[in-house]
Design a protein around this ligand. Structure first.
Ligand code: ZN
Length: 334
């Protein structure tokens, strides 16, 4: 079974000028491409009411032409839409496919083996949230497009989340599902997509065992060096091989979960090797961040620079370390 995101079109993905159909007027809303790139684990569909066809404002072919323009733009960012479902009818026709009818979502469930219970609808209209309810999905309401206009109505129908923009909606989905933590074998594909989308990737690695202020500092400094921060987390076996059998005190799942709570951490991936060199060869970061105690000639330098990246060093805060914390000396230095 697959999980899916059902996307409204006008005002959610693209600028909505009212009965939008001219390809030359097409423009993606801010944060949409960046958000969609993050939702790699989901099959993407567009579900749109196009009553402008039924009203005679534009033809079905006009709509297809507009859609082709949009798909082309998304493809450029490495984003694939499986199918566009559209209702061409006016509300007065009383068809069975106009949102919030769940007809198209039921159809997608059949055609693509979608588990609607694990799926989402994202849109800027109360009908999108009702559609989510009718299909048994989670509904995220956007304040882009017409979003601000129907807030009172939407609150009564209880969306899963009200998001300022598309990127925030994507972040909510990832956070809710613990999906900021991504499998090691999927990291390369993710990094490639992010680069296609023009994003500057920053990496940082470590054990992040019992978190302290020093971790927070290096993570937030790292994020400032680019757009997307991917943290490589040493697996339990990897920490043991570096620091001995007494460590880590927290297992890799919990260490990853806590890292993902930081808003400036975009993704976490767990690696098994003693060093992060293979991981960095796969990601090819623009910037790799390290603690200044490792110096500019840290072991990561060669692989990062060979791939066109650079090393950025962050000074540690004196007195803070997991070792100190475990010895009861953690909060001595303020
Ligand atoms: Zn219809």
């Amino acid at each position: 079974m697959e999980k899916a995101i059902f996307l409204d079109r006008d005002g959610t993905l693209n600028e909505d000028s009212g009965y939008t159909y001219r390809p030359e007027s097409f423009s993606l809303l801010p944060g949409v491409a960046e958000g969609l790139v993050r939702l790699k684990g989901y099959k993407l569909f567009i579900v749109t009411n196009q009553s402008g066809i039924g009203r005679g404002y534009y033809s079905e072919e006009d709509m297809h032409e507009y859609n082709r323009r949009m798909l082309l733009e998304l493809e450029r960012w490495g984003i694939r839409i499986e199918k566009i479902y559209f209702c061409p009818h006016t509300p007065e026709e009383g068809c069975d496919c106009r949102k919030p009818s769940p007809k198209f979502l039921m159809q997608a469930q059949q055609e693509y083996s979608i588990d609607l219970g694990l799926s989402y609808v994202i849109g800027d209209h109360p009908g999108d949230i009702l559609l989510a309810h009718n299909a048994g999905c989670r509904g995220i309401y956007l304040l882009t497009g017409h979003g601000g206009m129907h807030l009172e109505e939407v609150r009564k129908i209880n969306p899963a989340y009200v998001a300022a923009d598309f990127k925030q909606a994507a972040d909510f989905i990832l956070a809710e599902n613990g999906e900021k933590v991504i499998a090691r074998e999927k990291v390369q594909d993710l990094a490639d997509s992010l680069k296609k989308a023009g994003k500057k990737i920053v990496t940082l690695n470590g054990a992040f065992d019992v978190l302290h202020k020093g971790h927070e500092k290096i993570l937030s400094e790292a994020k400032k060096q680019g757009d997307i921060l991917i943290v490589g987390l040493n697996s339990d076996a990897s920490v043991r091989s570096n620091k001995g059998p007494e460590r880590p005190v927290n297992n890799q799942e919990n260490r990853a979960r806590m890292l993902a709570c930081f808003e400036f951490v975009d993704f976490v991936t767990i690696f098994d090797e003693k060093t992060p060199l293979d991981l960095l060869a796969d990601i090819r970061p623009d910037v790799h961040v390290n603690g200044s105690e490792y110096g500019p000639n840290c072991i990561e330098r060669d692989v990062v620079e060979q791939n066109g990246g650079r090393i950025y060093l962050v000074d540690r805060i004196a007195g803070y370390s997991t070792t100190n914390l475990l010895q009861g000396q953690g909060e001595k230095t303020k």
